[in-house]
Design a protein around this ligand. Structure first.
Ligand code: FAD
Length: 467
């Protein structure tokens, strides 16, 4: 069987489905190919969405526990893991099913199967029903995303050693869980399991958790994580994993490790993600891979092959769903002949831990390393009325400001709800707002959003001290 299409999109994650839907809305004939029954990709099936459903439950459990301080005792929670799994799977099913409907409504030709390039104008799709289909296209967008990076020494063939996908399946709640990798995925899943009752130990090879974020922001998060986790070892390496009758025996190497051999019931390996570029027949096209292993693209998301564009995790960091979707839209508009380029001033990044940590634009660390002139205004949440009503003064809002123009070039927020609050910072950076704009914008009281305005006031030494 052979199909002709104007646009073939390979991979139906946030990049692929956003591109396919926009192209269909703009009148193109679109074929979208993915192995899954419905669009969604990693983000909906085994990433952003299931993790956030579980983090919502984690938040509830933590708040119920904290309520004791305020005179309310809900007692020890009884966790029905099967029901919890059902809730999480239900969320995934609802959203991916919804995307399936939206795809049909737009008359996108969705093919369930694995695609590879035969040449620069045709794909071969091995469909999940066992048949094959040729898809001849005018243009293609490659959006095959990424998979968890593995460490050969940790592949010991035990189901007690999990990657993020297995951890999200939530088969059980291990008593002792080791999380290898203190990046955002490792910390979010640590938060979930710690709330469900696991004793969690995190091991990070670098000198600190969340290596990309500013240390003063991380310190706020780390204080709370340390009170909830068994241990956080930094500058520490896992050198060996071995399955024994008692669990997974782990050898640790690091300055501050009190006990270099420890046993855990399960180990989650979360050491990064790698782009899916193999098995796609790229050698039959002119698409090139760069030195970091990502697909090379120009500012319009076009690869070295004129007919093929690429977006999302396969083209590089940050590997985030909203970046993938934004790139998808640029690729489609470029294919339709518009003069566009992917040139954001700020891509927000959020760590959905408790508290959340978020940043957009330049970080202070990055500004220092690049020799960029900057000033900082920091508002500690100890002085926020709203944070106090929530009994959550563990937060900080930080503005990175260009001295000459007073423009906001970076925003960092740590605290409850930071993931939502960062949107204002992202808009400020994109709009070229300066600290004065933030200061003069009336913010609702009492809210955590005021901390942006308060930080700007502090920059000018004009704090209103409003609780
Ligand atoms: P993906 O979502 O990776 O989708 C690629 C699709 O391509 C997959 O469905 C795959 O089946 C398909 N595919 C691969 N090869 C082929 C082929 N040969 N033929 C057909 N189909 C193919 N990001 C956020 O922004 N916020 C978060 O909170 C967040 N949380 C995360 C939590 C976890 C645990 C993980 C693992 C990731 C998280 N991410 C988060 C990252 C986010 O999931 C990715 O950045 C995003 O999904 C990338 O989108 P994409 O379109 O590039 O591809």
């Amino acid at each position: 069987m052979s199909t002709k299409t104007q646009l073939a999109v390979i991979g139906a994650g946030p990049g692929g489905y956003a591109a396919a839907f926009l192209a269909a809305d703009l009148g193109m004939e679109v074929t979208l190919i993915d192995m899954e029954k419905n669009p969604g990709g990693v983000c909906l099936y085994r990433g952003c969405i299931p993790s956030k459903a579980l983090l919502h439950v984690a938040k509830l459990l933590n708040e119920a526990e904290e309520a004791k301080k305020w005179g309310i005792d809900f007692g020890k929670p009884k966790i029905d893991i099967d029901k919890l799994r059902e809730f999480k799977d239900g969320v995934v099913g609802k959203l991916t099913g919804g995307l399936g409907q939206l795809s049909k409504q737009r008359k996108v030709n969705y093919i369930q199967g694995r695609a590879s390039f035969v040449n620069s104008t045709a794909l071969l799709v091995e469909k999940t029903d066992g048949s094959t289909e040729e898809v001849v296209f005018e243009k293609a967008i490659l959006a095959t995303g990424s998979v968890p990076a593995s460490v050969p020494a940790f592949s010991i063939g035990s189901d007690k050693v999990m990657d993020s996908t297995a951890a999200l399946e939530l088969k059980d709640v291990p008593k002792r869980l080791l999380v290898v990798g203190g990046g955002y995925i490792g910390l979010e899943l640590s938060t979930v399991y710690a709330s469900l009752g696991s004793k969690v130990t995190v091991v990070e090879m670098m000198p600190g958790i969340l290596p990309g974020a500013d240390r003063d922001m991380v310190a706020v998060l780390e204080r709370r994580l340390k009170s909830r986790f068994e241990n956080i070892y930094v500058n520490t390496k896992v050198v060996e994993l071995k399955e024994t009758k008692k669990g997974i025996e782990v050898k640790l190497e690091g300055d501050k490790v009190d006990n270099p051999v420890q046993t855990f019931d399960k180990v989650l390996v979360s050491v990064g993600r790698k782009p899916v570029t193999k098995g796609l027949g790229l050698e039959n096209t002119s698409v090139k891979i760069n030195e970091k292993g990502f697909v090379s693209v120009d500012g319009t998301m076009k690869t070295d092959d004129d007919k093929i564009y690429a977006i999302g995790d396969i083209v590089g960091n940050p590997m985030l769903a909203h970046k993938a979707a934004a790139e998808g839209k640029v690729a489609v508009e470029a294919i339709m002949g518009k003069r566009v380029a992917f040139e954001p001033n700020a891509i927000p990044a959020v760590v959905f831990t408790d508290p959340e940590l978020a940043w957009a634009g330049i970080t202070e660390t990055e500004a220092r390393e690049k020799g960029i002139k900057y000033e900082v205004a920091k508002f500690p949440w100890g002085a926020s009325g709203r944070a106090t009503t929530l009994d959550r003064n563990d937060g900080m809002t930080k503005l990175i400001i260009e001295p000459e123009t007073e423009r906001i070039i970076g925003v960092g927020i740590v605290g409850v709800g930071a993931g939502d609050l960062i949107a204002e910072g992202t808009l400020a950076i994109e709009m070229g707002a300066n600290a004065n704009d933030l200061e003069l914008t009336i913010h609702p009281h009492p809210t955590l959003s005021e901390t942006m305005m308060f930080a700007a006031e502090l920059y000018y030494g004009r704090a209103t001290d409003m609780y």
